[in-house]
Design a protein around this ligand. Structure first.
Ligand code: ATP
Ligand code: MG
Length: 354
């Protein structure tokens, strides 16, 4: 059989048959869509090819009712490293059966999404703790996304402005800086807020300055050389939002230098939802700053995450068999999501459509 003939034959098979064929030959094939599965199977060596072809014929006959068992033989397998290996013979019979198709329960999946009932605002205990600690020392806040880190930033800013201190709020992105500038101008009044990014410079003498971290680092460099452009002499609080950027291979050094050069009279507030080792960061701050850094860390999600798969046709299905995102690394995908994904690959990766 030529490669083209084999490819055509494979393309005619249902994806479940291809998965059976891939078993022992292709590492983690259950994650592959039909087109990629075929491409991977076609990459087998010439020695493996005959085993593949005869297994395919046996599967076709077996599943079409002839019930002829697949021949017992040594069959070549593609290892995880892509090298050819010989694996012990295995019958082609029920291997890794496809789970029974259960309809996607979208009602359960979407339940609870919407605008919550208005309630009086009560700060969480960790928010109070952060603000209390910030009165005397640096604070690292590492809590899940949507937990309310902005409240801590705003309250701490209010308190600093009341004490006639300058506050600098940094973000890694110009777009986020612009958003915060608009948000904080509305909250504190336009005359109280300034912005300094690569593109904008407004109200640079305001008590609350929004800037990208790179701009603050440059200001601190200049200040170290005796050149003071903004109100650094009265700096009381530096908020570094999205501070997980400290781990960025290219930009992380900017966060490090900003922390190292941050005036000792100012308190640092590092906010992040995704620092893996916040204790290490807090320990490092403690080692280079005048006061011991206080760490706030928890993993409770105020807004539970749910993962779905949206096919371009508009069909939505839960991505996993559970409504939430499972913690296990290789959690089973919802059969409907698998089917839609395979359909998507079939539609988009058909030879000639790329
Ligand atoms: N104590 C609280 N009780 C109820 N809602 C709160 C509380 N604190 C904050 N929120 C609300 O939670 C939502 C998310 O808050 P916020 O944007 O500050 O999250 P975040 O921790 O900064 O998330 P991200 O990591 O995405 O930046 C906001 O609508 C905010 O008003
Ligand atoms: Mg935030």
């Amino acid at each position: 059989m030529t490669t083209d003939e084999l490819e055509k034959l494979l393309a005619e098979q249902p994806v479940s048959r291809l998965h059976r064929l891939a078993h022992g030959r292709v590492y983690r094939h259950f994650r592959l869509g039909k087109r990629r599965l075929i491409e991977t199977l076609l990459r087998c060596t010439p020695e493996q090819r005959s085993g593949l072809e005869s297994d395919l014929q046996a599967l076709i006959q077996e599943e079409s009712g002839t019930q002829q068992p697949a021949r017992e033989r040594q069959k070549p397998a593609i290892s995880r490293t892509g090298r050819s290996e010989w694996s012990p013979a295995k019958p082609a019979s029920p291997v890794e059966p496809e789970p029974a198709e259960s309809p996607a329960d979208l009602t359960a999946f979407l339940e609870g999404i919407g605008v919550p009932e208005p309630k009086p605002f009560v700060p969480d205990a960790w928010q109070e703790e952060a603000l209390e600690a910030l009165a005397v020392t640096d604070v690292v806040v590492s809590v899940p996304t949507g937990s309310g880190k902005t409240y801590v930033a705003i309250e701490a800013t209010k308190r600093a402005i009341e004490a006639e201190e300058t506050v600098i709020y940094t973000s890694p992105l110009k777009a986020l800086s612009n958003t915060k500038f608009t948000e904080f101008s509305r909250l504190f009044g336009a005359d109280q807020v300034g912005i300094l990014t690569g593109d904008r410079r407004d109200n640079a003498q305001a008590p609350l300055l929004i800037m990208t971290t790179e701009i603050l680092r440059n200001l601190l460099y200049d200040a170290a050389g005796g050149e003071i452009d903004v109100r650094l002499d009265t700096l009381g609080l530096v908020i570094m939002d999205e501070s997980q950027y400290i781990a960025d291979p290219e930009r992380g050094v900017v966060w490090e230098e900003t922390i190292v050069f941050c005036p000792t009279q100012a308190r640092l507030l590092l906010l992040s939802a995704s620092i893996g080792n916040p204790q290490d960061i807090a320990d490092w701050l403690t080692s280079i700053r005048p006061t011991p850094c206080h760490l706030i860390r928890h993993h409770r999600r105020s807004v539970p995450l749910r993962a779905g798969y949206l096919h371009p046709s508009g069909k939505l299905t839960p991505l996993f068999r559970s409504v939430g995102i499972p913690r296990a690394p290789h959690s089973p995908l919802h059969p409907e999501a698998k089917r839609l994904f395979a359909q998507y690959e079939e539609e988009t990766l058909r030879p000639g459509s790329r």
